[in-house]
Ligand binder design. Sequence first.
Ligand code: ZN
Length: 322
Amino acid sequence: MIELAQNIASYIVIESAIESGLLWLLALAFLRLFRVSSPNVRQVVFALPLVLPVALVTVFHVLDVVVPFPVDRPGPVESFISKWLVLPLPLVVVFSLAGVVGIAASLAVLVRQGLVWSGARGTWRRQRRDNSPLRYRCSAILDVLATRLGCRAPKLVLTDRGSAGSLALGWWSYIFVPRALAVRLDDEELEALLAHEIGHVVRRDGLLDCLAKVCRNLMLFNPLAHLALSRFELERELATDDLTARSGGNRLALASCLLKGYRFRARHAWVPVTRLLGGTSALESRVQRLMRDVAPLPPSTGVWLTVALFVAGVSAAFVVIL
Ligand SMILES: [Zn+2]
């Protein structure tokens, strides 16, 4: 039992924390060194300290059980962990509890995603026959945007509360639009909002978001995982805003729609949502960026090649260290 607790502690809580710390430093150094401004690339870089620690620790230890490594002597990181961090009994209990809580929180993300998906499906089926002017207006814009982007139009779900959002799981994709917000938007703002949400669908952000949150929750007690997720989410929004502009959405209309959405949420939330989640800095960054009237360039192949090399190098380094 103690051995199992040690394993949970060592695998999920300690090793991933050490790796995410190193990867966070590497990510910051990479962004500073290459002065990366493309949100697509920055999103990948901030995903590294979030996803790689979980993926590498899992792959390494599963491999170690299936095909035991022919070396009896543990690596330097593993011996440091078992000698100084995991062996004291009170820490074993604390870290194993932390590991179990993290696993439970990750499973909760998947369950919640399933519930949202089945709820969206049910609501969409109920609303399918609804021919209200608002539904007609949104569906017409969605059809035009889907044709422009060369994708299938997502299913529209009008909600009575919450904020606009999207859910894309493979073939099925839904876009949620609060009625009370939509009626306050003019045609350009509504088009920009729907273009932004369809951008999330095209980029498969629903799946990536789910994966990122599962990894964050597995490292629930690691503050860097929370920081990496918030930076990852900000870059995801900036990249989707760029896609919105490229697909013909008006940048200023999107900025104005974001501000109206903020006013709407602040008025309807019990506790102002943005204050609870750490201020309005993300909203300010997005609005300021949208107001700069510069069409962003898509990331070049050279940047992607650099990112691919960076990921391959870091992965190889960690496999060797472990
Ligand atoms: Zn968004």
